[in-house]
Design a protein around this ligand. Sequence first.
Ligand code: FES
Length: 161
Amino acid sequence: MAALLTATVVAGLGPILIYVWAPPPKGQRKSGLKVSLQGDLTSIPPKSVVQFNAPANSAFLMATGGGQNSPGDATFGGFLVNPGEGQQLEVFATRCPHLGCSVGFSPPDGIFKCPCHGSQFNIKGDVIHGPATAGLATLAWRRGSQPNEIVVDGLILGQGQ
Ligand code: FES
């Protein structure tokens, strides 16, 4: 019985573990990507957003997904968000969960808008208007060694990509 249970667990978890721990394609490697922002992280006003791009020859890897986005998917831009009301800074991918266009932040409205089909997201990344049915994906990040630096989980692409 124990052997059967073990075999069932291994058969079920094996593909998942291989997916999660699979090495990146040849010529690519996972890395923390350093991003320098215009100002210090402590100077981002409440309910405001700082947009940033991945360094050359690299991409960020999504930590969460939803809609057309999945954990581990690549994206080339992010938003560092101060949601205000004493909440922690958050980092979102710019890629729309509907069909992958790049969303933008609209300061007058305080929301993210997708130019392709009109999806909208509040400053916490939640959908407030479709056709998207999922919120913005998050990126895994940490503060860097400089006051204006963050380090985002990503992928260094091979030369010439
Ligand atoms: Fe963003 Fe369709 S790709 S709403």
